[in-house]
Design a protein around this ligand. Structure first.
Ligand code: SAM
Length: 339
């Protein structure tokens, strides 16, 4: 049985509300980050298997009816999909949707920043694992750091809140953590360090049970260079623990994505580019909304199926992982999960 209150907020069996949708508009990407996917041999979805924008709008509107107030567009790389901006314009018109944000690698983003500002996009997560051009190339297998930095500057100039996401990779970018954190000294941005998760599309072996750089070690490393990090309050449902370093105007975040310390307040669903609902990053995905859409299901039937899926979701990422059929986590990529 699902549970709704009079204010139409949907709660799961563990008392967590549904407020937030991460919508993957494509599984394609123009970078080849080694922690996300292999360099070659990626099997992208055939186009007809990807939801159309019409289908995404219909599903988002149903979810807004169930209490979703915030949508984050992601992928793959959202700007790789043609006509993303007209889609955002239509999304911005959906009654009841208060907040549209976006996660991007920044390669194609800069020219769209003024339109995004006009549409009321308040925050953009920009993936950037290093400020060093050679290491950027080594990690992403593309020489695109200058384009990403142009996007960073354009977002700052437009007054859009920027959160930089950096995956912490043993032996790859540890020397970059402090220079990235130093951005918060003068700039009003948040730099968030993410534990590496095993979703690398088979690019390399799964993260070992003992993660070399977990959230505690990341914090210790930063504090050894920047001094004590002062914890800051965060909204319910936040994945990052946030801090400030003395004298810095911006914030430093640490996301325990593999240690999974924040599941107790998780308020989100993921919709993959092929229309599968994931109620947890670590689950295998269950509800096939594309099949429902394309066999003529009514909005009411879809809402009911969504409510059931949300109600029955795992208590946390460890339970979701245990419930997967025998299947290595590293066969999946964050690009297909919808990061
Ligand atoms: N292309 C967009 C981007 O780069 O921001 C959106 C999709 S990307 C999959 C979303 C986020 O997932 C990025 O910040 C990326 O760094 C992160 N990510 C991808 N693979 C990861 C992994 N194995 N562990 C931790 N974070 C990962």
């Amino acid at each position: 049985m699902s549970s709704t209150s009079s204010s139409s907020t949907l709660y799961d069996a563990h008392g967590r509300p549904l407020e937030y949708l991460r919508l993957a508009v494509t599984d394609r990407c123009n970078l080849r980050c080694f922690y996300c996917m292999p360099e070659e041999g990626i099997k992208y979805l055939p186009r007809h298997e990807v939801l159309s924008y019409e289908e995404m709008l219909r599903l988002t509107s149903i979810m807004v009816g169930l209490g979703v107030r915030k949508v984050r567009l992601t992928g793959g790389e959202p700007f790789v999909r043609r006509d993303l901006v007209p889609f955002m314009e239509r999304l911005a018109e959906l009654p009841g949707l208060a907040d549209i944000s976006l996660t991007t690698n920044g390669v194609l983003t800069a020219p769209h920043v003024p339109t995004m500002a006009r549409l009321g996009v308040r925050a953009v997560n920009l993936s950037l694992d290093t400020l060093d051009r050679q290491r950027f190339f080594d990690i992403t297998r593309r020489d695109e750091l200058p384009a990403v930095l142009r996007t960073f500057d354009a977002l700052l100039a437009a007054g859009i809140q920027v959160k930089i996401n950096a995956v912490v990779m043993d032996g790859r970018n540890i020397q970059d953590l402090v220079p990235l954190a130093e951005l918060t000294r003068e700039l009003p941005v948040e730099v968030r360090f993410i534990e590496e998760m095993p979703f690398n599309g088979g690019s390399h072996a799964a993260t070992p049970a003992l993660l070399p750089w977990n959230h505690r070690r990341i914090r210790e490393h930063l504090e050894a260079h920047l001094g004590p990090l002062l914890p800051q309050p965060t909204p319910l449902g936040a994945t990052a623990s946030e801090y400030t370093a003395a004298g810095h105007v911006g914030r430093i975040g640490i996301i325990a994505a593999y240690s999974r310390t924040f599941c107790g307040t998780c308020n989100r669903l993921r919709l993959t580019a092929e229309g599968i609902i994931k109620t947890c990053l670590y689950d295998q995905g269950g509800l096939d909304l594309r099949a429902m859409l394309r066999t003529g299901a009514s909005d009411q039937a879809i809402a009911e199926a969504l409510s059931q899926a949300f109600y029955h979701r795992a208590a946390n990422g460890f339970e979701a992982e245990r419930q997967r059929p025998l299947h290595q986590l590293n066969f999946e990529s964050m690009a297909t999960i919808g990061g």
